[in-house]
Design a protein around this ligand. Sequence first.
Ligand SMILES: [Cu+2]
Length: 94
Amino acid sequence: MQTGSLGVASLHPLARRVHHQGMEKSRVELKVEGMTCPACVRSVRKKLSGVAGVESAQVDLGAAKATVEYDVARAEIGDLIGAVDSIGYHASPL
Ligand SMILES: [Cu+2]
């Protein structure tokens, strides 16, 4: 790509497009309290996976931890915590 003769104004749309193609993905680890068995793990993982913008969710019973990859343009940590809390567990940022 030749950029030498292009001004900032003409580069901007391209920068935005790249940004929207995946640069906004983020990963967060949450402490999840209240899980006691593999069914709990499945419930939490399923709930997190169903939150709009979440790309993947992994839940570890032994570590009482969830690792979530999500699109920061579509979800925020509060959405993830709220989803977990809504089914009877308690999540908090690690
Ligand atoms: Cu359980």
